[in-house]
Design a protein around this ligand. Structure first.
Ligand SMILES: C[S@@+](CC[C@H](N)C(=O)[O-])C[C@H]1O[C@@H](n2cnc3c(N)ncnc32)[C@H](O)[C@@H]1O
Length: 199
């Protein structure tokens, strides 16, 4: 990775330090080195250095080395680095497929074997996908309510997960949400443009 020196004398980050950071992301979180996006990582590291008032890349690497495996500065860096793009009913076709094909087939199987229908949103970001799954499956309740439904979201980005737990959204992430779903399954927040998912 080429070396960079940040502008206006704020932060200085060399190629070796950036390489160390990438190696740490690989060893602590399993990121593949070849897939780490160098430009985004530089930006994320520089942002974290500015936040910490850390002028030199070596100091920042020391900070990361002292960080606990879960949370700490490593967690902050990962939250800064990962792309959390999402919104309700993103890639709408997936939800249609889930309702029309996947869940009916799983219901059939579970009727024989027992147990709830389980859905995992791996990399759920701020939760929009998790709630969209539940909202999509809501009209199919008669098919699954006896079995039960568990929808779980997980993500490496702790900041995104904190927003997911709050379940409070502005109008932009809801832009593709059918108005009937908005009316029935969200609670508008007075004196703001935000709504809470009411599932
Ligand atoms: C682009 S978002 C997609 C969110 C959602 N699945 C959707 O399609 O709307 C990708 C999410 O995956 C998460 N992510 C990336 N690598 C991950 C990993 N190794 N483990 C868990 N989450 C990860 C990111 O933090 C981010 O929130």
């Amino acid at each position: 990775m080429p070396s960079i020196v940040a502008g206006r004398g704020q932060v200085a980050l060399g190629a070796e330090e950036l390489e160390c950071v990438a190696q740490l992301l690989q060893s602590r979180f399993g990121f593949r080195l070849a897939e780490i996006q160098e430009r985004n990582l530089k930006e994320a590291v520089r942002e974290r250095m500015r936040r910490l008032g850390c002028a030199h890349g070596t100091d920042y690497v020391c900070e990361l080395l002292g960080s606990p495996a879960d949370g700490g500065e490593l967690g902050e860096l990962v939250s800064e680095y990962t792309n959390t793009e999402t919104h309700f009913f993103r890639h709408r076709g997936r939800f249609e497929l889930l309702c029309a094909r996947v869940v009916p087939a799983v219901v059939e199987r579970k009727r024989r074997s027992g147990g709830p229908i389980r859905v995992l949103s791996a990399g759920c970001s701020t939760g929009d996908e998790v709630y969209s799954i539940v909202m999509s499956l809501w009209p199919l309740r008669p098919a699954w309510c006896e079995l039960g439904l568990e929808v779980v979201g997980c993500d490496i980005n702790e900041r995104a997960l904190a927003k997911a737990r709050q379940a409070c959204y502005g109008s932009w992430p809801l832009r593709f949400t059918p108005s009937q779903v908005k009316a029935e399954l969200f609670v508008p927040r007075p004196a703001s443009t935000r709504s809470s998912a009411a599932m």
